[in-house]
Design a binder for this molecule. Sequence first.
Ligand SMILES: Nc1ncnc2c1ncn2[C@@H]1O[C@H](COP(=O)(O)OP(=O)(O)OP(=O)(O)O)[C@@H](O)[C@H]1O
Ligand code: SF4
Ligand SMILES: [Mg+2]
Length: 355
Amino acid sequence: MAEPARPAAPAEPAGPAEPVLEVTGLVKHYPLTQGILFKRQIGAVRAVDGVDFVLGRGETLGVVGESGCGKSTVAKLLCHLERPTAGTIRYRGEDVTRLSGRALKAVRRNIQMVFQDPYTSLNPRMTVGDIIGEPYEIHPEAAPKGDRRRKVRELLDVVGLNPEYVNRYPHQFSGGQRQRIGIARGLALRPEVIVADEPVSALDVSVQAQVINLLERLQREFELSYVFIAHDLSIVRHISDRVAVMYLGRIVETGTDTEIYDHPTHPYTQALLSAVPAPDPEARAHRDRIILTGDVPSPAAVPSGCRFRTRCFKARERCALEVPELAVPAEFRYAEGPVAHDSACLFAAERQNVR
Ligand SMILES: Nc1ncnc2c1ncn2[C@@H]1O[C@H](COP(=O)(O)OP(=O)(O)OP(=O)(O)O)[C@@H](O)[C@H]1O
Ligand code: SF4
Ligand SMILES: [Mg+2]
């Protein structure tokens, strides 16, 4: 499938965009129970444990972090596939966690999800036309008047697939083409927000670039806002206006892509970035690789104080006693420039040689 050449990374936004989603104090705890007949709760998996962010119109927020840090749980909460334990998700000012019935259905339409695995997320027994048109069965109020089949063909065309493929089955497509089908289904109801959970992780590198280009083109065409989840830091930098780094259920650092990638102040972000292979041999020779020791603790037994302290190369006694808040650290509060961004560390400091 021919795609235009990879465009340059988008310029950073001039100012805060109009908020589409505002997430405050978002929590999802899964109860841990014991006993067969008489179940009693003995603890909780704190998958998401107090997440705050704002997503602006037409903006892409990248979310990164190691496996198990709660990225997919955040995605499911945003798309109402899971109910939060606490917190609010405001869509255009309205708290959608309190909605139910018809009001919830109307909001759900505007926030769609694109899944990681194009092989298992499409029903193999349905034709591509039925898969893409399925949202119209669930939301007939938002279905196009008249010929739905024609609309489905248009969607195939929009995502760069031949409209004549409408009667084919998922197994007749490559991985990249299947992800395009998943994206077409996500677009069917003309949503405002797309939550993409590792949308290119299962694809070959060459195909990844095509799907990213497609997402960028669709964002411009339809003024979409994206929450883009991935563990590949380079891809996240390419597509994101702002980035949130997650660790054990919380955002530990957030800012524009320049702030996070060129001026990280949280030791966890610095460690993640130091592990990204540097293409430039000069940069490679001069940088310190930060090796994280130990495993990520279980979200059912989160460390006291700073939850990163058991693996942090800078941890001190105070880190076990105080929970660092996600805010501009005191030492940078009056600083000018990209170092002054939110970082949940009691000893936040710039470290230049992580790139
Ligand atoms: N339904 C559930 N019941 C209990 N625990 C769960 C459930 N869903 C997720 N978890 C746990 O919550 C934590 C966060 O899971 P999540 O899938 O959100 O992580 P992730 O960041 O998406 O990881 P990955 O990068 O591997 O996809 C994990 O410890 C996971 O085992
Ligand atoms: S608060 Fe302490 S343990 Fe946590 S990231 Fe900062 S230095 Fe490390
Ligand atoms: Mg996940």
